[in-house]
Design a protein around this ligand. Structure first.
Ligand SMILES: C[S@@+](CC[C@H](N)C(=O)[O-])C[C@H]1O[C@@H](n2cnc3c(N)ncnc32)[C@H](O)[C@@H]1O
Length: 280
């Protein structure tokens, strides 16, 4: 029996949710025919070659197995940039754009050059989005994971931000010179508790566990970052951290214990408390 290789038929018969099938088929059109996504509609009677059809089936099978779309495509949009992503790094989440916006708000209120620190940079998402939107900033981005830093470095190269963003390997502040001082410290650390069942479900199964969980109560990385921030912040400097939807009170408490002022809770686009900031 011959298989109908038209775009329309492929989409209507796919086992994937329609939006996911469209994203993956658009990727095949781009890779094999240099066609834009709009061809899914404007050329929906187009027949795929057998090579392109095999590529589509391979992508569809990976997604049916549960692999995240961002890993299958090898890229993910974040704030105003596009990042390469691969299994060694967390896939940047839309809610993390909140930290970028907090940093850009702070930068717009301060004249001159601004020094930013991004702890646990992963793909480089926060560091590179801030640097890209604020050319007057210089950013130091750290991670414990060499795999993450390799991908972050590739992203800095492809965005032409290697002058503005420096990468350092090490555990939190140990990656830095002891004299280093910053205007803004940002971090989206691992904050999922060790027992959280989500770690073995959905996309999270494919991401590095060391990027997701602190293997404890979810607060140990946040505590390490907040409790030592004072030493690395200039007077009047700002720290902002992302946290889980139910960790806001605990993070405010950590900021209070560390002696920060002007502590603010920030909501993400879904209305969840998602970040806390404080000022030295
Ligand atoms: C939740 S991911 C955030 C990645 C990226 N900033 C983002 O928002 O997409 C946390 C990152 O912290 C890194 N990390 C975990 N423990 C660390 C440590 N002790 N020191 C530095 N980085 C660490 C992980 O490798 C991971 O890249």
């Amino acid at each position: 029996m011959s298989v109908d290789r038209s775009l329309r038929s492929i989409l209507s018969s796919s086992a994937l949710p329609p939006n996911e099938a469209r994203i993956l088929l658009a990727h095949v059109l781009e890779q094999h025919y240099q066609l834009p996504r709009s061809a899914l509609l404007s050329r929906d009677d187009m027949l795929l070659s057998s090579v392109a059809m095999d590529a589509w089936k391979a992508l569809e099978a990976r997604r049916i197995e549960g692999e995240p779309i961002a890993y299958i495509l090898g890229k993910k949009g974040f704030h105003n940039i596009e990042l390469l992503v691969a299994p060694g790094v967390l896939i940047p989440r839309p809610e993390t754009e909140l930290l970028v916006d907090i940093a850009l708000g702070e930068i717009s209120n301060r004249p001159g050059h601004i020094k930013i620190l991004d702890l646990g940079t992963g793909s480089g998402a926060i560091a590179l989005a801030v640097a890209s939107a604020a050319p007057q900033s210089s950013v130091t981005a750290t991670d414990q994971s060499p795999d993450a830093l390799a991908i972050a470095t590739l992203n800095a190269q492809s965005l032409s931000l290697t002058e503005q963003v420096q990468f350092r390997q090490g555990s939190w502040y140990q990656a830095l010179d002891s004299q280093a001082l910053f205007d803004v410290i940002l971090s989206n650390p691992p904050y999922i508790t060790a027992q959280d069942p989500h770690l073995s479900q959905g996309d999270l199964r494919f991401e590095p566990s060391s990027a997701l969980t602190d293997y404890g109560n979810g607060l140990s990385c946040l505590e390490a970052i907040i409790s030592q921030a004072d030493q690395y912040l200039k007077p009047g400097g700002l720290i902002a951290v992302e946290h889980g939807f139910d960790q806001s009170d605990a993070v405010v408490q950590l900021m209070n214990s560390a002696g920060f002022n002007d502590i603010e809770v920030h909501l993400d686009l879904s209305g969840h408390t998602r970040a806390v900031s404080g000022r030295k």
